[in-house]
Design a protein. Structure first.
Length: 314
């Protein structure tokens, strides 16, 4: 696998290790963001500061409105909804290509799913939870791109999924010809099968039927299909099927004991008694030992930089 990875460009809430811009004046160190600094380029942003709110500042909250939540500042009584929506639209329109977003959870601006929505600005309980205003604009502008909050990235499974997608997208966006796109698809074939077999087949058909079509059109369609196919984390069954597919390359060179050992290991993986790394390591060692270049190059074995793999699995 290659040692130099394309660097994904990620939008991140500025309070997550970049600037002390929380309403309380805090900076929040985040281990995932810190680990990614060596491998990714960041665009830090604090929407509340960008619309002119100071640091520290009175808190803002989302309040139930007729046409959706409104963002208000209870201490001043000011409705900041239009200012936040205008900033969000302008910022996202001028952002340029990005591969993903890491946003602050529970924030009335940046939360992806868990911002509290109150009945009234001054008092009253929580009546709903949902996205913050900036995050809502992000979802509208970039519905397919990877997005996570720092709370969810504390899950090893979610971290691995996020890393896999943003680094794959960074690599895909550097593909400049139809031949390179075919090579990318071959490299990601097993990973796509592990995530979404129907999606993998659809992408294969897209490339097979692409002759005569403008390359930029094909690449855009492939990117959309790739992001849709990998939207959800892999499930055990399809991943086990992808591993079994790779195992098929060694049926003529392995001993009966080696075959039995792998199948036992695969069964244990299906039952969640061993981690994915166990059958993957065995398959990769066989690919290297028996010289199977197609398998050696598979992104399934290294879907993002190796130093991040220990973080993703911890």
């Amino acid at each position: 696998m290659e040692s130099l990875w394309p660097r994904p460009r990620l939008v991140v809430s500025a309070c997550l290790g970049f600037a002390a811009v929380r309403y309380s004046g805090e900076l929040i160190p985040d281990k995932v963001v810190a680990a990614l600094r060596e491998f990714a380029d960041f665009v830090p942003v604090c929407p509340e500061v960008e619309i002119g709110l100071g640091v520290p500042r009175p808190t803002v909250r989302l309040v139930r409105g007729e046409d959706g939540p409104r963002m208000v500042q209870p201490k001043t009584g000011e409705d900041l909804t239009e200012r936040m929506n205008a900033f969000s639209q302008g910022f996202l329109e001028g952002l340029g290509p990005v591969e993903g977003f890491i946003l602050k959870n529970r924030s009335p601006t940046c939360a992806l799913k868990d911002a509290k929505v109150y009945a009234r600005a001054d008092e009253g309980g929580v009546v709903a939870r949902g996205p913050g205003l900036f995050a809502q604009a992000v979802e509208s502008a970039f519905p397919l791109l990877p997005k996570e909050d720092e709370g969810r990235l504390s899950s090893a499974r979610i971290r691995a999924h996020f890393f896999t997608r943003v680094f794959a997208l960074a690599r895909l966006r550097r593909v400049e010809s139809f031949g390179e796109l075919q090579a990318f698809h071959a490299r990601y074939k097993l990973l796509l099968l592990a995530y979404n077999q129907a999606g993998a087949r659809a992408l294969g058909r897209l490339l097979a039927e692409a002759e005569g079509k403008p390359y930029p059109e094909v690449r855009r369609a492939y990117e959309d299909g790739f992001l849709k196919a990998t939207r959800l984390p892999f499930r055990l069954g399809p991943m086990a099927d992808a591993l079994l597919h790779a195992f098929g390359y060694f049926k003529k060179v392995l001993t009966p004991k080696e075959k039995a050992h792998f199948l036992e290991l695969l069964g244990a993986f299906r039952e969640e008694r061993v981690p994915l790394e166990a059958p993957l390591a065995l398959l990769q060692s066989w690919a290297l030992r028996h010289g199977v270049p197609y398998l050696e190059a598979q992104s399934l074995f290294e879907p993002y930089p190796k130093p991040l793999q220990s973080l993703a699995s911890s």
